[in-house]
Ligand binder design. Structure first.
Ligand SMILES: [Zn+2]
Length: 379
């Protein structure tokens, strides 16, 4: 692209990203979805808003065409602003500041500008642009989208911040609840009861010492080992009663190849070991919520297209990275759509008070998305 055109692209994508930051979307995404809908209708996309919860619609924009469909995806929700200032975007020292600048309104702006460029240059389709709701709170929007629309999508690019490296793996997660069941008795005669807290203490110790150690033995090359954290404990009612129940919730981060069911079974085996020594131990288990891990092969056309685009735009080989956070891409990948993560900004900026994104990365991201789409649709 010539100098003038590069400048125009820069002001366009930065202006749009700033405008998206100024539209609050931390509790309701509707206003932002309507704004994006107008923008995409103007370039010929068929647009629908599908409500996931009241005031919270996914935006689905489709440009029909021949061949395999490429989907661009980003979430519209942000974490809440720390101050009203964060909803007033500003550019300073080559960076755009504001809530969501990095996670991930910058990427949404780059994707929209890329789609505008692609449609200007001629029939690019078939393209899909999905802007989801509720990513920060359990991938609500993507779950709904995948339940209805997964067919006919051959590749997906999620624009979460990777500093424009190529994200091909991240962990999944499962919250698992375990409750030890005892028998209540008066605190003055503890020998008549079964103390659920004592048994939970044994179980917590087994998780900390045995399970955590076992996980460290089987690391993933990009992600390191899976992890376990006992993050919540609740038991008993008062000091002078032998507690009948004690509950913990465990956050288990899953590697590619691991499943919530498998993680639950692993905990059940730990309980089984304890039961051999303490036959009176009774434990209830329940999977509270989960999302899958993501891993995608570098030979997938969408991954090759993004790697090639990064190389062409930035003039160097991108790094293939594992990400430290979960994304909507886990759900699209688990639904059978090859999915790759590539977006402007650093994950260390996400959710911070001074959240910002490098303007040069916003511009580069726009070019990478155009280039990746051209390669994918032609390939
Ligand atoms: Zn995000």
């Amino acid at each position: 692209m010539e100098g003038k055109a590069v400048e125009r692209m820069e002001s366009k994508v930065v202006d749009l990203a700033a405008e998206l930051v100024s539209i609050p979307s931390y509790e309701r995404e509707e206003e932002l979805a309507r704004f994006l809908a107008r923008r995409l209708r103007a370039i010929g996309f068929e647009v629908s808003l599908e409500e996931v919860e009241p005031g919270r619609p996914n935006l689905i924009a489709h440009l029909p065409g021949k061949g395999k469909t490429l989907m661009f995806c980003g979430h519209m929700d942000t974490v809440p602003p720390d101050s009203p200032d964060q909803l007033r975007p500003r550019v300073e020292g080559g960076r755009l500041y504001g809530r969501g600048a990095c996670d991930m309104k910058g990427a949404l702006a780059a994707m929209v500008c890329a789609l505008e460029a692609l449609t200007r240059e001629g029939p690019a389709g078939p393209l899909l642009f999905l802007a989801t709701v509720g990513e920060e709170t359990g991938f609500l929007g993507m779950r709904r989208f995948m339940a209805r629309h997964r067919d006919r999508i051959a590749g997906c690019i999620v624009g979460e911040p990777t500093s424009l490296e190529v994200g091909i793996a991240h962990k999944g997660g499962a919250w698992i609840e375990l409750t030890t069941i005892g028998r209540p008795a008066h605190g003055s005669t503890p020998e008549r009861g079964v103390n659920a807290v004592y048994y939970m203490a044994l179980l917590v110790r087994a998780i900390q010492e045995e399970l955590a150690a076992a996980l460290r033995e089987r690391p993933h090359p990009l992600l390191g080992p899976g992890t376990v954290n006992v993050g919540l404990i609740r038991g008993g009612t008062r000091p002078n009663v032998v507690p009948a129940r004690c509950t913990i919730q465990v956050d288990r981060r899953l590697l590619p190849g691991e499943t919530p069911e498998g993680a639950t079974e692993e905990l059940r085996a730990l309980v089984g070991n304890l039961k051999r020594e303490h036959p009176e131990l009774a434990v209830e288990m329940r999977l509270v919520q989960s999302y899958p891990p993501l891993e995608v092969g570098t030979d997938e056309p969408v991954v090759r297209a993004v790697i090639g685009a990064c190389r062409a735009v930035r003039g160097k080989e991108p790094e293939l990275v594992g990400l430290s956070y979960g994304t909507d891409g886990a759900l699209s990948r688990a639904g059978g759509i090859p999915t790759v993560i590539c977006g402007p900004g650093s994950a260390t900026q996400a959710h911070t008070e001074g959240e910002s994104v490098d303007v040069a990365e916003l511009v580069a991201a726009t070019h990478i998305y155009v280039e990746a789409a051209s390669r994918f649709l032609e390939g």
